[in-house]
Design a protein around this ligand. Structure first.
Ligand code: ZN
Length: 228
């Protein structure tokens, strides 16, 4: 009965691929196999944005800096991230985390990290959205890499009103907004910090230095996408 009903509904409101807008086969969520195959994946999981890599290398001591896909304006990655963040599609983050997790397993990353720590949302934003999109990605990764997601960081300030500040001011502003709330869960561990999009690197630098200051043994980063 349920499938009849959902087939009937699908006649009028078919599930369409976020990439090519073709009707999706039953049971295939969000993106068709062709668009999945054609995702703009990074080469060797590297972000390949030299000025961001340089900035990060000069500001925080990291072991691995991994990105699943490239971000292009108006491309499929932007659509996926938009659905993930603004359209209640937490499962898109989990799906991308699983896919990236499988790639990382094949590449021999299964024993590189001990725990996964998502970049937190401010509590007021978490309440409004109902989930943390970075944590969704972390859950997918953790499932495949057989690791634990540890919400060790907290965000003390909602950081949305920064658009008019200079880059340096922004970075200083960001540096003080994250805090390790659960140091005993990360001390001596190899931490993989997970975020949705890497843009300026300021968030990664701020979280990374907080984690390093409390004594993680290694700090690495994985993001869904890096902007050019
Ligand atoms: Zn498609």
């Amino acid at each position: 009965m349920r499938t009849y009903l959902s087939d009937f509904v699908a006649l009028f409101f078919p599930n369409i691929c976020l990439g090519c807008e073709s009707a999706l086969p039953n049971g295939v969520p969000h993106i068709c196999p062709t668009c999945q195959y054609n995702l703009p994946k990074t080469r060797n999981y590297k972000i390949e944005v030299p000025h961001i890599e340089q900035k990060l290398a000069g500001s925080v001591r990291y072991s691995h800096l991994l990105a699943y896909v490239h971000f292009h304006k108006k491309g499929i990655v932007q659509k996926l991230l938009h659905e993930l963040k603004y359209n209640h599609k937490e499962e898109i983050g989990i799906m991308l985390g699983r896919w990236f997790g499988h790639d990382l397993l094949l590449a021999g990353f299964q024993n590189e990290f001990d725990i996964i720590v998502p970049v937190p949302l401010h509590p007021s934003k978490f309440k409004k959205r109902g989930y943390n999109q970075s944590e969704a990605f972390a859950k997918g990764l953790a499932e495949v890499l057989k690791m634990e997601v540890v919400n060790a960081l907290v965000r003390n300030v909602a950081s949305e009103t920064q658009t008019k500040k200079s880059r340096i001011e922004r970075q200083e502003n960001v540096a003080s907004i994250f805090e390790v709330a659960e140091p005993n869960l990360v001390i001596g561990r190899r931490v993989l910090l997970v975020d949705d999009v890497l843009t300026t690197g300021a968030t990664i630098i701020a979280c990374g230095n907080q984690l390093i200051n409390v004594g993680v043994s290694e700090f690495s980063v994985a993001v869904i996408a890096a902007t050019q």
